[in-house]
Design a binder for this molecule. Structure first.
Ligand SMILES: Cc1ncc(COP(=O)(O)O)c(C=O)c1O
Length: 380
């Protein structure tokens, strides 16, 4: 990977729009299974690195996708009429309050491009989803990272940061948060939104909402025009490979976002798949139950191994692998797991070098993880 300096000299005499773009490093994704197989020659890889649904997706999706295969030469419906109608019914909003995205990352990007420029400030929490500071850099905006409280968002301090910085245009909040799995209380969130000026857009990223229905803050849209809720079909719905997300907002905000997005940002296969996935709420319920059972099992295993973890409200858990007396590091454990075909996520990019984020898998995946981890930790 090139350092920012070498990128700069290679670019010369071209200059990017903002200096802060040179500080960006490409987003580190979870290692794809194919890459591990290629690098280490391991065929039975378990990927617990990207918070995907280990149960796959609803069978309703397979049928809907198959139906689209004869239509691939045709552009998708640029307005996503049917998916928006289905989402409007599901979320009890009007279709003109919805913006569709190529995954929720696309929507976060559209939001930043629509609202934050070089003279503006974006506020977010320490240990919040790493895309938020990246978006600030892409826009040349000032980024204010507010220290976390017990790994979660400190909403009082964030409110203070907004008040202290009159150039604040946007606040990003992930609830539940990735990578910490922390959750915010509804009342505290409502008080936070009420405390910031109505000219500040509060973006609530609810990527993991299906795992934590009590984190659903859609009701805020009824009282605050400056709230946007961003959701995705990549996690519990199991459609990460198709790329579909949506934003719920006031009508004027949705109107603006729809001007900025690419005309065909969601493919016809993805539109059909998402609408079909939404009809199968049994699948979501079973996903939640399996995740809860497996999360409790993993917590017990981490306790037995003497590893600390942060209580999570999503489909992943952050585990501390720090040993006072030994020089074993989380990076070494991550590497040792990789070499035995288990992919998890190291968190040094988040300033959490002693922690690993582990996606909750199926029972057999989790057993393999724990057995491998135990053998690594007890090695001489
Ligand atoms: C909090 C959060 N928001 C948004 C996303 C983006 O997901 P996608 O672009 O697949 O919808 C992720 C993915 O990891 C996430 O953890």
């Amino acid at each position: 990977m090139q350092s920012p300096q070498s990128t700069q000299s290679n670019l010369s005499p071209l200059v990017p729009a903002y200096d802060s773009i040179l500080e960006l490093a490409p987003y580190q994704t979870g290692k794809p299974v194919e890459e591990l197989t290629r690098e280490y020659g391991i065929s039975d890889v378990v990927k617990l690195a990207s918070n995907e649904n280990p149960r796959g997706c609803s069978p309703h999706v397979t049928l809907a996708v198959t139906e689209q295969l004869g239509q691939l030469s045709r552009y998708p419906d640029g307005n996503g009429y049917y998916l928006k109608q289905a989402l409007a019914d599901f979320n009890d909003v009007n279709a003109d309050q919805i913006t569709l995205g190529n995954g929720s990352d696309d929507l976060l990007d559209i939001l930043a491009r629509s609202f934050a420029g070089a003279d503006d400030t974006i506020v977010y929490s320490q240990y919040a989803f790493i895309i938020y500071p990246m978006l600030a850099k892409m826009q040349g905006a000032t980024a204010i990272e507010v220290p976390a409280h017990r790994f979660g968002h400190d909403l009082k301090a964030m409110s203070q940061a907004v008040q202290d910085s009159p150039s604040t245009k946007m606040v990003f909040i992930a609830n539940p948060n990735n990578p910490t799995g922390t959750q915010l209380e509804r009342k505290a969130l409502r008080e936070f939104v009420a405390s910031v000026p109505s000219s500040v857009l509060v973006v609530l990223d609810e990527a993991y909402i299906e795992y934590s229905p009590e984190s659903n803050n859609r009701a805020l849209l009824e009282d605050f025009n400056n709230v946007v809720i961003v959701r995705t079909f990549s996690k519990a719905y199991g459609l990460a490979g198709l790329r579909v997300g949506y934003a719920l907002s006031s009508v004027p905000v949705a109107d603006l976002l729809n001007r900025i997005r690419q005309p065909f940002n969601v493919s016809r296969v993805a539109l059909a798949a998402a609408a079909a996935a939404l009809t199968d709420q049994d699948f979501i319920e079973k996903t939640r139950v399996t995740n809860d059972e497996q999360m409790r099992w993993l917590e017990k295993q981490f306790d037995a191994l003497g590893l600390g973890f942060v209580k999570s409200h999503a489909n992943f858990i952050m585990v501390e692998v720090k040993f006072e007396m030994e020089d074993t590091t989380a990076a070494m454990i991550h590497q040792a797991l990789l070499e035995q075909g288990v992919i998890v996520r190291p968190l040094s990019a988040y300033g959490l070098p002693n922690w690993l984020r582990i996606t909750v898998g199926l029972a057999e995946d989790n057993l393999r993880l724990i057995d491998t981890l135990r053998s690594i930790l007890t090695e001489d």
